[in-house]
Design a protein around this ligand. Structure first.
Ligand code: NAD
Length: 264
């Protein structure tokens, strides 16, 4: 049998996509689905005859095969609780949730020393490939080129700017030897004066059902480069998370893994 998965947040936009995809793959098994008490009935309806459904990850883990992988796309607090539980019960865990604080990421890094853990704010292969080439571009263009990021997401997204935009910003900042927390500008309103040299604007638009658009701009004298990634559906994030889960079963604990580790 191939890899078995437990999905936390099974009624969510990402959770439903994950459950559907896993159900379509003969080598993968869905062995458990978790959501809140209000949503468990909806999940149960969709999962009839497919897998156990619960509002408690802890209870569910007592009933699934020992080698199962947990995937969690929920909210920062819920994902942190899943991480503590996965470590206590020795289950590999893939987290796709965004909006985690520095402290929460540090805690994940510490938990990852004892249990296989994976977290990426963007599971798409395309975004991670763009991330790989940004430092070369920033260096080749040099200090005359201002770097900015714009992202667009659906009206229900709760965090802003997106985790992906922040990660792209961090990559650009590091390429110039800057600290993203010192150079990020996510608010321009009123008489704000000229743009600083050491600045990376990261701006967000929200509306409709946009799955995710990220554009990185390099604006220099007489020319502008734009690199845009459009996510057409949630499938590419879900496929990335499933691939991460399969990959994670072969990794030893030691570090908080990400898509960059998987691709290298
Ligand atoms: P969503 O609101 O549609 O789904 C979240 C689900 O989690 C809901 O069904 C909710 O009921 C459930 N949930 C809440 N509390 C829970 C609990 N205690 N136990 C179990 N389930 C619980 O959100 P979404 O659009 O699916 O996104 C979820 C997260 O994933 C967000 O942080 C989003 O930014 C992130 N995301 C990441 C990527 C990536 O590639 N890493 C891609 C898309 C979305």
């Amino acid at each position: 049998m191939g890899t078995s998965f437990v999905i936390v947040g099974a009624n969510g936009r990402m959770g439903r996509t994950l459950c559907d995809l896993i159900g379509q793959e003969p080598d993968l098994s869905l062995v458990g689905a978790v959501d809140t008490p209000e949503h468990v009935a909806d999940v149960s309806l969709r999962m009839v005859g497919k897998c156990p459904v619960s509002d408690s990850l802890e209870n569910l883990l007592a009933r699934v095969p020992k080698e199962s992988v947990i995937i969690d796309f929920t909210s920062p607090a819920v994902s942190m609780a899943s991480a503590r539980l996965a470590c206590a019960k020795h289950f590999p865990l893939v987290i796709g949730t965004t909006g985690l604080t520095r402290e929460q990421i540090s805690e994940l890094e510490s938990l990852a020393t004892t249990n296989p853990l994976f977290w990426s704010s963007n599971m798409s292969i395309g975004i991670n490939a763009i991330r790989k080439i940004l430092p070369d571009l920033a260096q080749a263009l040099g200090a005359d080129y201002d770097m900015e990021i714009m992202e667009i997401h659906h009206r229900h997204k709760k965090d802003s700017p997106s985790g992906t935009a922040l990660t792209l910003g961090k990559t650009l900042a590091e390429a110039r030897g800057w600290d993203i927390d010192k150079v990020r500008c996510s608010k321009r309103d009123g008489i704000i004066g000229e743009r600083k040299d050491e600045e990376i604007g990261i701006q967000a638009l929200r509306g409709g059902d946009v799955v995710g658009v990220h554009t990185v701009y390099f604006m220099g004298p007489g020319e502008r480069i734009e690199i845009t990634h459009h996510a057409h559906s949630r499938e590419n994030f879900a496929r990335g998370a499933i691939r991460a889960g399969i990959w994670l079963t072969e990794q030893k604990p030691g570090k908080l893994y990400s898509v960059a580790d998987m691709l290298s």
